[in-house]
Design a protein around this ligand. Structure first.
Ligand SMILES: [Zn+2]
Length: 374
């Protein structure tokens, strides 16, 4: 907020410089003081409406993050109900069923062979089609139709074609530059890797041969609509794959803030930052993360296995959180920002320590509150 005393100090300072400059030495001390006070009052009369207009825009910037509701009770705010993760899963599953149902009907319209049609009563029947060649051609039609349905769902929700990936990459470049304990040489390598990494989402066109069959991309999500995203390498190209479930989760749980330009998919921001950085995480550059390893060793009792096992995920989380903070700091309203932090972490509710990822509770209470709130 505006600091009254220092504003006044600066103002009177400026006035005295002005007086000196025009050499008004016939003023008595009293006159000068009165003039200063008058000047100060006049300035406020003029500035007051301007300050009033600007206040809402700057409100967030003045509120320290530690006082955000999220920062006071990160876990309770992110995971309000015991079954928050079930609610999310069910919502995604419902949309998956709808889209698959429509795609299945459209697939049947395209199949002329009546014998084949008769064995295809429901989606699961595709798996039992024989021989393999016929099954593959049926799958291909099905996934083409499903991709169309998914694209329709995306456009109905009025989402940008790209996922805000440039915004996330830009924030990650900034985070790399700001990291104090990483050498310039490694930073340079990280920037290069980041520039080379490509996002792949189900609704986007994939134009290279390794993925001309979109079905292949889809299968990378293990289950087609898995609520997940991951980093991998395809024909030596570094990619981040965003599974349809993750997109649906972001769309359905990001609706509340759909009015924020460029941030319709804000719940994805942290995930995208996390996945991108897997290409330069602890496994690739252990020396860059010595400090994080030391810090995390103090939390060893929170992990089922030795802390080193979690370092890839922890370092990716830290980058993801830094990205989220850089992107969401543009949101001036502290309450909105607080809700966005919680919404971004929502998919971690209820997740257990699996020996590689720390528990969702640790990731929210310890990592997120450190990197988002301090
Ligand atoms: Zn990860």
């Amino acid at each position: 907020m505006v600091d009254r005393a220092s504003t006044r100090g600066i103002f009177t300072g400026l006035l005295s410089i002005l007086f000196k400059a025009i050499n008004i030495h016939y003023f008595t001390r009293m006159t000068i003081r009165r003039a200063l006070n008058m000047g100060f009052m006049m300035t406020w009369i003029i500035l007051f409406p301007v300050v009033l207009i600007m206040l809402p825009a700057s409100a967030g910037a003045g509120v320290p993050d530690t006082s955000l509701p999220f920062c006071k009770t990160p876990y309770a705010l992110t995971c309000p109900g015991r079954n928050a993760d079930t609610v999310r899963e069910q919502k995604i599953a419902k949309i998956e069923t709808e889209l698959k149902g429509r795609a299945f009907e459209k697939m049947l319209d395209d199949i002329e062979d009546e014998g084949l049609k008769s064995v295809l009563q429901k989606f699961d029947d595709i798996d039992s089609v024989k021989p393999k060649r016929v099954r593959q051609s049926v799958e291909k039609i099905f996934y083409e139709k499903l991709r169309e349905e998914f694209s329709r769902y995306i456009s109905e929700n009025n989402l940008p074609v790209n996922l805000g990936d440039e915004m996330v990459k830009e924030a990650l470049h900034i985070a790399i530059e700001e990291a104090e304990s990483i050498s310039p040489l490694i930073k340079e390598k990280m920037h290069t890797i980041l520039n080379e990494t490509r996002f792949l989402a189900f609704q986007n066109n994939v134009d290279d041969n390794s993925l001309d069959d979109l079905h292949a991309l889809y299968k990378l999500c293990t289950k087609s609509f898995e609520d997940n995203a991951f980093a991998t390498t395809l024909k030596k190209e570094k990619v981040v794959v965003i599974c349809p479930g993750e997109m649906i989760g972001a769309i359905e749980f990001g609706q509340e803030f759909a009015f924020v330009p460029n941030l319709k998919l804000y719940p994805l921001v942290m995930t995208l930052g996390h996945e991108l950085s897997h290409h330069f995480d602890f496994k690739h550059y252990p020396s860059a993360y010595k400090q994080v390893l030391e810090e995390m060793s103090e939390h060893s009792s929170d992990f089922k296995k030795p802390v080193e096992k979690y370092m890839r995920e922890i370092t990716a989380d830290i980058w993801g959180l830094k990205v989220a903070k850089i992107v969401m700091n543009k949101i001036s309203n502290p309450l909105t920002r607080s809700k966005m932090y919680a919404g971004s972490l929502n998919d971690l509710c209820g997740s257990e320590d699996d020996g590689v990822h720390p528990s969702g509770r640790f990731r929210i209470e310890t990592l997120a509150s450190e990197y988002l709130c301090q």
